[in-house]
Ligand binder design. Structure first.
Ligand code: ADP
Ligand code: GLC
Length: 509
């Protein structure tokens, strides 16, 4: 299959969260099983330059294009690169005015005021570049609100035109909380007829909604775990779009993300003090833990449970629960390490805890990739009490690193972590701690349960072994995407062309 993927972030070029990881791990896995994959992402020049030697060579293709965004004709260039160790091709869209900025979406805690214009441009650029490069895709796969316009552009302007005769579109939701909602006049920027600004397609409570647009127009819709695919059809998790999702119930699939095991593998990880496997986890983790404690200025104590967290410090990730039980937690003989950034309230809380309990808490505000690997390897347990979690990647990294996750059983956390109930411990399916109720006393109780089990070396080792031996690689997920792509193609073959499939003129040069 020829597959075009579009994402507003992709490692090693750019990343603010799990989308960046998934946007390259999926193409790599699809290319590995023989598909012809092209990944489109913006060329954030300043951000890519900062990443230095970890970024593959980026070359010009010599192709430029011009697309219409509202009343402007905007030019862009297509650059080409690759993904390390993969046959997938990366195309970077260069447009310095939109993308050469210090942040991807936000600067000094403020969204860029022209985010709709930037990503409407990017969506149009992906379609135009696909045409110019003559990629003739079977599948166009867009991700999250930033590329939510793509399925609409495809259906309204490109479907059935030369190079797009057989194409079907897929839209993946990574997080319902970010919807790309803008004032209604931004509809003019899309270049699409006002008739699409209705409650079934692009409009939501009077606003233009690009996530809803993707959901409405894609041939099939996926999200990043089976549990989240059910949750988002309910008012509790649907963020106002549960009805839009329920109306596409038969076209909605939940596929759990995988782990890029070339990046996250304790046996080969170059960032950690000692590499280890399931057979050598006891010694390996002890060495990594001692090194982490030393590096962070915590007392080097093998006997104390070290609880790690690497996360956006936001409400989604459940830091309000940590806040509510923080004084009780500080009374326990447990060490904590927090890495991340986010809402000032939580950054301040965790910084203050580290200041007032220096032998117990180490907090690092910021983004630090090597340290994130060292925490996964050195911590005994990993904290993810999310309010909601579409998939979550760190609990899977933790399972592979023998770091027992303590999670709230929602979304992808519910699909990957099996609670240490007596029954699950007895039949050796338990790999962590999972609780339902979003309450700080429940979180506290589960951390205490974990600490009690940590003291029982045999039971703890059984939890570690179960997680480490499970297959969290992308192989299974890539097969599931392939199945959804096939279904989408079948759906397209069986549907008659719509009257909307007239091509708009776009200027290429
Ligand atoms: P989300 O995308 O909702 O933030 P995920 O669990 O899907 O959550 O993915 C988060 C990704 O970002 C993981 O790869 C995690 O290791 C990484 N990450 C988050 N915060 C930091 C940080 N401060 N430093 C390094 N990596 C981080
Ligand atoms: C989002 C979600 C996270 C998921 C990631 C990748 O950022 O918050 O749960 O793992 O996307 O799909």
């Amino acid at each position: 299959m020829r597959i075009v993927l579009a994402s507003s972030e992709a490692v090693p070029f750019s990343k603010t969260g799990g989308l960046g990881d998934v946007a390259t791990a999926l193409p790599k896995a699809l290319a590995q099983v023989g598909h012809d994959v092209s990944l489109f992402t913006p060329f954030y020049q300043q951000i890519i330059a900062k990443r230095g030697s970890s970024v593959p060579v980026i070359e010009p293709t010599g192709l430029t294009f011009r697309v219409t965004v509202g009343s402007k004709h905007v030019e862009g260039q297509i650059l080409k690169s690759s993904l390390p160790g993969s046959r997938a091709t990366v195309y970077l869209i260069e447009q310095p005015h939109y993308f050469n900025r210090p942040g991807l979406y936000v600067e000094q805690e403020q969204d860029y005021r022209d985010n709709s214009e930037r990503f409407i441009f990017f969506s149009r650029a992906v379609m135009e570049a696909t045409r110019l490069l003559n990629l003739k895709p079977d599948i166009i796969h867009a991700n999250d609100w930033q590329t939510g316009l793509i399925p609409a552009l495809f259906k309204i302007e490109f479907q059935g035109s030369p190079g797009f005769e057989r194409t079907a579109s897929i839209f993946t939701i990574h997080n319902m909380a970010f919807q790309g909602q803008f004032w209604h006049w931004d509809m003019l920027l899309t270049g699409l007829d006002w008739k699409y600004f209705n409650w079934r397609q692009m409009e939501c409570y009077g606003h233009l909604n690009l996530l809803k647009t993707g959901i409405a127009f894609a041939d099939l819709v996926t999200t990043v775990s089976p549990t989240y695919s059910r949750e988002i059809q309910t008012p509790e998790f649907g963020c106002g779009l549960n009805a839009a999702l329920s109306s596409r119930h038969d076209d909605l699939f939940g596929i759990l993300n995988g782990v890029d095991t070339e990046v996250w593998n304790p046996a080969t990880d170059p960032h950690i003090a000692q590499n280890y496997t399931a057979a050598t986890v006891a010694e390996g983790k002890a060495a990594c833990k001692a090194e982490l404690q030393r590096r962070l200025g915590l007392p080097v104590r093998p006997d104390v449970m070290l609880l790690g967290s690497i996360s956006r410090m936001t409400h989604q990730k459940g830091f309000q629960l940590v806040e509510q039980c923080s004084s009780m937690l500080m009374d326990q003989d447990i060490q904590f390490v927090f890495l991340g950034s986010g809402e000032p309230r939580f950054e301040q809380l965790l910084t203050k805890l580290a200041e007032s309990h220096p032998g117990k808490v180490a907090t690092r505000i910021g983004y630090d990739e090597p340290l994130s690997h060292q925490i996964e390897a050195g911590a005994d347990a990993f904290l993810m009490p999310s309010e909601f979690e579409p998939c979550g990647l760190n609990q899977m990294y933790s399972l592979l690193y023998g770091t027992v996750p303590i999670v709230r059983a929602v979304g992808g956390l519910a699909d990957s972590v099996v609670d240490s109930s007596d029954e699950n411990l007895a039949n050796r399916t338990a790999n962590g701690f999972a609780f339902r109720e979003f309450r700080s006393d429940v979180l506290f109780w589960n951390i205490c349960r974990a600490r009690a089990l940590f003291a029982d070396k045999q039971k703890w080792s059984s939890l570690q072994q179960t997680g480490m031996k499970q297959d969290w690689s992308w192989t299974h997920s890539a097969n599931e995407y392939q199945r959804v792509y096939e279904l989408a193609l079948e759906k397209r073959r069986n549907s008659r062309p719509t009257s909307d499939s007239t091509t708009r003129s776009v200027v290429g040069s």
